[in-house]
Design a binder for this molecule. Structure first.
Ligand code: SF4
Length: 464
């Protein structure tokens, strides 16, 4: 049987429709490669551009659908025919009934039993069985992978690896609890060893261990040792702050961990996983592991003034925590997450195209444009700050540096042009663009003192 593998949005998507990312966009091996059929005689092809003509050549098409690719998937199904399609992934798990109109079989949750599902005569919605599978990297051109990351340089072969899926935490904005039922499925050590050998054999030098909550998994030390033996130039993973101990940090450092990605998330909001964020960052510094922080900008129901305070508070948090990289995400209310009910009346299916994390979902026109500029400007302000100079040299020619040079051009922020949008040294009142009402919600500008804008305090502990 000839089986096509597709991901929605398509692998070659550059986000250009939303003017958010282009040439140097991040690209990881798509998780649908785990689902290549291992039945004798089956031939798998990865259709990277989702061309329906190539799909029509296949007996069956496995489609992994993310919310942003929902509309694209609907059109694809109409062209290819739903009787050929098995759909799974995040969006089908969150809305199986809607997906069933476009696919003969809809698999919800994590799936390790794809061969069984292919063979089963049962149509409609089926629950997948969690478990580990091999990543079939031979189906994709590994040279097309790209990681925007500190110390990952152009030409460096990059790859991702997974040793567990799922997360026991329940952050309300996150899609993982829905897919995993808040259970962790850990892969056998031998499976991880095989994956490390595969990455080595392909010349991969930078590895992202993409487990959603890597530092929560059992047998962490043994798995870290397996990755450590790979002797990769850059090795990193997610970390969950409250799970990090001195002991864990020590053996991650001993096994060559370059950095941990932590989620600062929405400023002024407390998360159970982040109760110990400040001490986790201190521990990382003690053991020489760099920290990267992702953050969420929630543009819902906020006047420009209120959002401006958030950006200043974020900047202050960056300067306190001193991450090597910061990554902006706009709040995206995914169906099935804890925040869906709160926001579901504010978004339509047409808004899903904006769920690329770089496009504000709730703001319209000028205000949306302002947010897009601010999210880039606050990051550039940090990378050019005195605080960042204590961390590392930003302009070292790595993919992070190059990506931000690209963004500077895209947003007209070369030669410190970001200061027009976000300047921590200037009163905020001077940074309100023309044509925007800063007081949409009748909020007054905060008091200014000594010519400098007061930064809103945030309720995360500060590292001294
Ligand atoms: S700890 Fe991370 S993966 Fe787990 S629910 Fe929270 S954001 Fe999601």
């Amino acid at each position: 049987m000839k089986i096509g593998l597709c991901v929605f949005p398509k692998f070659t998507d550059t986000h250009l429709t939303n003017q958010s990312t282009h040439e140097l966009g991040q690209r990881l091996e798509p998780s649908v490669l785990y689902l290549a059929s291992e039945r004798p005689g089956d031939v798998n092809i990865f259709i990277e551009d989702n061309d329906p003509e190539k799909a029509k050549d296949c007996d069956l098409v496995l489609c992994s659908v993310y919310t942003r690719g929902w509309k694209e998937f609907q059109k694809f199904s109409e062209k290819v025919g739903k009787e050929k399609i098995i759909a799974g992934g995040y969006h089908p798990s969150a809305d199986p009934a809607a997906t069933a109109k476009y696919a003969d079989k809809v698999v919800t949750g994590l799936t390790s039993n794809i061969e069984e599902i292919i063979e089963s005569p049962q149509k409609g919605v089926v629950r997948g069985k969690p478990g580990s599978r091999k990543m079939h990297r031979e189906l994709v051109d590994m040279k097309k992978m790209r990681q925007i990351y500190p110390d990952v340089f152009p030409g460096m072969m990059t790859g991702r690896s997974t040793s567990s899926v799922g997360c026991p935490f329940d952050c309300e904005f996150c899609a993982t609890p829905k897919l995993s039922d808040r259970k962790m499925t850990t892969y056998e050590i031998e499976r991880v060893e095989e994956d490390v050998a595969d990455l080595k054999q392909r010349g991969v030098k930078a590895v992202f261990v993409s487990d959603e909550s890597f530092t929560t998994r059992p047998q962490l030390k043994e798995v870290a040792q397996v990755y450590g033996k790979g002797d990769f130039d850059v090795l990193y993973s997610f970390g969950t702050a409250t799970t990090l101990t001195d002991e864990k940090m020590r053996f991650l450092a001993e096994n060559g961990w370059h950095s941990l990605n932590l989620g600062l998330e929405e400023i002024n909001t407390s998360y159970r996983k982040n109760r110990d964020l400040a001490s986790a960052i201190e521990l990382a510094k003690k053991h020489g592991i760099k920290i990267n922080l992702s953050f969420i900008v929630n543009d819902h129901g906020k006047s420009l003034n209120e959002s401006l305070q958030d950006y200043h508070a974020l900047f202050q948090a960056f300067c306190d925590y001193k991450p090597a990289m910061v990554a902006a995400n706009f709040m995206m209310p995914f169906p099935g997450t804890g925040i869906w009910d709160r926001y579901k009346d504010r978004v339509t299916e047409d808004d899903f195209i904006k769920f690329d994390s770089k496009t504000p979902v709730f703001s319209k026109e000028k205000l949306a444009d302002w947010h897009k500029h601010m999210a880039v400007a606050v990051q550039l302000a940090y990378y050019h700050s005195d605080a960042y100079k204590e961390v590392r040299n930003f302009h070292n020619g790595d993919n992070l540096d190059l990506r931000f040079r690209e963004l500077e051009k895209q947003f007209g922020m070369e030669n410190e042009g970001w200061r027009k949008w976000f300047d921590p040294e200037k009163p905020a009142k001077t940074q309100i663009p023309e044509g925007l009402n800063p007081n949409e919600k009748e909020n007054e500008m905060p008091e200014l003192s000594s010519g400098k804008r007061k930064v809103q305090t945030y309720n995360l502990p500060i590292i001294k």
